[in-house]
Design a protein around this ligand. Structure first.
Ligand code: UDP
Length: 327
């Protein structure tokens, strides 16, 4: 297929662009490089630098593009609480412009990066797609608003769309991985500490109602996640908006993640226990049964040590290109 990948210079977008290229698709990437890295754009993809709302209409030639995989977004929960304007504009306004450009050009398919943050604090785990969507921060709220808009565009204009609600994405593939200027995610932070780019890692909360008192999350390998995007493009149906959760179905506590990182890296990582981070639920675990049944998705890198080991290989390979090395 001829595909437009927005946000293809970011972490998940650049891995997914590689996987789609490997599958034989023709890829154009649009990214404004506000958080992405130009060196993450894979060889073999065309690259257009710009905001989605500014360039979507020019890169979507009428009748020419088979689908859009939309990753470009603002995605820091804490920042979204402090600066919701950036999120409502950066996520919702940009995506509405994309949806309008797709409608005008007759682009038939969309795969959208949604998030577990649309569910907020779950009533029970594992979380099903039918669980109530009650986001607890503007990031999740903007992604849910986009999901709602997409449903309307599918019903009224015949768009075929799939929203993929990611749980905790980690790992690396094909020379692409996590290398953010501002890093807030647990696994890359612990690995940066293992490399000596940070003094250590803080555990946010040790009084959660979990076995060891630290928060539990469902970590999914970015390669498995990318495979789901390729399947979603094939499976989409005009007029339908399908929503799938994507996780590994197993929860790991913050302490278990840190212990796995120490085993994989062989490094002793200093740990400091601090209070909870605002807005963090105790336990988030996905049910991905729907994606497995309906998309034929077969995650096969679900072992946490494989996820951490791939992330570690990538982190070490960065050398001077690591933003954390320059911090
Ligand atoms: N976490 C932590 N220390 C850190 C970063 C994260 O204890 O330096 C915890 C965080 O509170 C959450 C879990 O690790 O319980 C995963 O956080 P992350 O930011 O990676 O993903 P999130 O679940 O927020 O999407």
């Amino acid at each position: 297929m001829k595909l437009l990948v927005t946000g293809g210079a970011g972490y998940v977008g650049s891995v997914c662009a590689r996987v789609l290229l490997e599958a034989g698709h023709d890829i154009t990437i649009v990214d404004n490089l506000s958080t992405g890295n130009a060196d993450a754009v894979p060889d073999g993809a065309r690259f257009v630098e710009g905001n989605v709302r500014d360039v979507a209409a020019t890169v979507l030639d009428p009748g020419d593009v088979d689908g859009v995989v939309h990753f470009a977004a603002q995605s820091l929960v804490g920042e979204s609480v402090e600066n919701p304007q950036k999120y409502w504009h950066g996520n919702v306004v940009e995506t509405l412009a994309l949806l309008d450009a797709m409608r005008d050009a007759g682009t038939p398919r969309l795969v959208f990066s949604s998030t577990a943050a649309t569910y907020g604090e779950p009533e029970s785990v594992p979380i099903l797609e039918s669980s109530p969507a009650r986001p607890t921060n503007p990031y999740g709220a903007t992604k849910l608003a986009i999901d709602t808009a997409i449903s309307g565009y599918c019903a009224a204009y015949g768009l075929a769309a799939t929203s993929l609600r990611y749980f905790n994405v980690a790992g690396a593939h094909g020379g692409a991985g996590e290398n953010r200027v501002i890093e807030t995610h647990l696994i890359p932070i612990v690995l940066q500490a293992a490399l000596g780019h940070r003094a250590g890692v803080k555990i946010f909360g040790t009084d959660y109602p979990t076995d060891d008192g630290t928060a539990v999350r469902d970590y999914i390998h970015v390669y498995d996640l990318a495979q789901a995007h390729a399947l979603a493009l094939q499976a989409s149906t005009p007029g339908r908006h399908d929503i799938f959760n994507l996780g590994s179905g197993t929860g790991f506590s913050v302490r278990q993640v840190i212990d796995t990182c120490m085993t994989v890296t062989g490094a002793e990582i200093p740990v400091e226990e601090t209070g909870r981070r605002a807005g963090d639920p105790a336990v988030l675990i996905a049910s991905s049964d729907k994606a497995i049944a309906e998309l034929g998705w077969k995650p096969d890198r679900t072992d946490l040590s494989v996820i951490v080991s791939d992330a570690w290989d990538f982190t070490r390979s960065l050398g001077d290109r690591a933003h954390s090395a320059r911090a």
